[in-house]
Design a protein around this ligand. Structure first.
Ligand code: HAM
Length: 419
């Protein structure tokens, strides 16, 4: 048996896990500031939720899902994204009866069988938000603003916000006709998948990754030119309010996003420093998705999700991902004072300081090395002479300052330091 993680998955060890935790903590704060509440859903669902929700012709559903039969012969899929699950939970628990407008956030692992490369994994993590119950363009702006504000608070700036509108079921067919008309003369040069998509779901041709399809699509008509007045007005309101909030964006008429459920606003936040996988976050409005699972009874909704691994890469690229130290206090003991290790750790912990030591008691030099590698701010040295006098030596690892402290007063002393 080879002891190797599955391709496209990652272990997050110590510092790496601390970075992921830090990003999640800051996200939770930001989501709370915007008045969002947490929803947790399972990592697997019945396959049909995703095939119907995301769309049969999307890359995600047609080639990237981890689908298997459970013991009862039901088709189950590891969630490739969070929106469909949140819609399911919203309907199953009648959340519309609990809040007029539900503002939900979620964090967790998602699964897509894509070809792994930098920034693209088979297990990856998303932080997402979904707002259900309002068709106001102000909500679109709140969702975008939350993302931008979160990125900025972490030190991620110089990112590009791309905006577009993809219309609604009333006006989308006009665009589909226009696009088909345009593609008709290029049909022979389309890839096999797009030849199929031409009939089944022509919009998907716009985000095909095949080079010859990409080239053809360059000159395709703009979806923004064919949308109805209502969709145009909605988009104008979103843009106006982004301007008021001083959020910079550019309109990209080719942006349709890789999931079928979008209506009206779509957006993506890209970071050029990331290379090929440059989308850090994406989202948009999906006013018809809930209705699709609710006998046509629609509830307007809008949301977004950001890729945590990509965000981490973007911050590391800029050297702005603050590292959390593993401990505050490291206790150094000698063979003669080894019985003091646990009581001294206890005193540090009583002062709410994260504390550890080396239970194998190697040389003092080696213990200091461990203290440094763990990022300890203070080292307590329990030398035999000091302990005989009821004292220890307390060293501030940042300033180098040292002082003798009575063991009885150690907790109080450390409490002062932690303020
Ligand atoms: P998405 O664009 O498919 O949208 O994914 C959102 C983000 O997840 C991407 O911008 C990217 O940062 C990250 N991501 C996607 N696939 C991978 C991968 N294989 N490896 C690493 N990161 C990845 C959605 O998932 C929608 N549910 C967003 C949404 C919420 N729309 C409305 N509400």
């Amino acid at each position: 048996m080879t002891l190797q993680a599955i391709r496209g998955t990652n272990d997050f060890i110590y510092e790496e896990a601390a970075k992921m935790r830090h990003l999640e903590n800051v996200f939770r704060k930001e989501a709370a500031l915007y008045g969002f509440e947490e929803v947790k859903t399972p990592v697997f669902e019945y396959t049909e939720l995703f095939t119907r929700g995301i769309g049969e012709e999307t890359d995600i559903v047609s080639k990237e899902m981890y689908t298997f039969e459970d013991r009862g012969g039901r088709s189950i899929t590891l969630r490739p994204e969070g929106t469909a699950s949140i819609v399911r939970a919203y309907l199953e628990h009648s959340l519309n009866t609990i809040r007029n407008v539900n503002k939900m956030f979620y964090t967790g692992a998602m699964y897509r069988a894509e070809r792994p490369q930098k920034g693209r994994y088979r297990e990856f993590h998303q932080f997402g938000v979904e707002v259900m119950g309002s068709n106001s363009p102000l909500v679109d702006v709140e969702v975008i603003s939350l993302n931008i504000s979160y990125f900025n608070s972490l030190g991620l700036d110089n990112i590009n916000l791309l905006m577009n509108t993809v219309g609604c079921p009333k006006c989308k067919p006009n665009y589909e006709v226009a696009l088909k008309e345009y593609l008709n003369s290029h049909k022979d040069s389309l890839c096999d998948s797009c030849k199929r998509r031409y009939n089944s779901n022509v919009l998907r041709v716009l985000d095909c990754k095949n080079e010859s399809c990409k080239e053809i699509v360059l000159l395709a008509p703009n979806i923004g030119d064919t949308v109805c007045d209502e969709c145009k007005e909605h988009f104008d309101e979103v843009k106006k309010n982004l301007d008021t909030a001083k959020i910079k964006y550019s309109v990209n008429p080719r942006l349709v996003r890789g999931l079928d459920y979008y209506t009206k606003t779509v957006f993506e936040i890209q970071d050029d420093l990331l290379g090929a996988q440059n989308a850090v976050a994406g989202g948009g409005r999906y006013d018809n998705l809930i209705g699709m699972f609710n006998n046509g009874k629609n509830t307007p909704a809008v949301g977004s999700a950001l890729g945590v691994e990509r965000l981490k890469l973007a911050l590391e690229e800029r050297g702005v991902l603050a590292l959390n130290s593993a401990v505050d206090v490291f206790v150094v003991v000698f063979k003669e004072t080894k019985d003091m290790l646990l009581p001294l750790l206890g005193k540090a912990r009583d002062a709410s300081m994260r504390a550890t030591g080396d239970y194998n008691i190697p040389s003092v030099k080696s213990q200091f090395k461990s203290a440094n590698s763990l990022g300890a701010s203070y080292v307590i040295v329990a030398g035999p002479d000091e302990v005989a006098l009821g004292e220890v030596n307390l060293k501030n690892m940042n300033s180098g300052e040292e002082e003798k402290v009575k063991i009885d007063c150690l907790t109080d002393k450390l409490r002062e330091k932690s303020i």
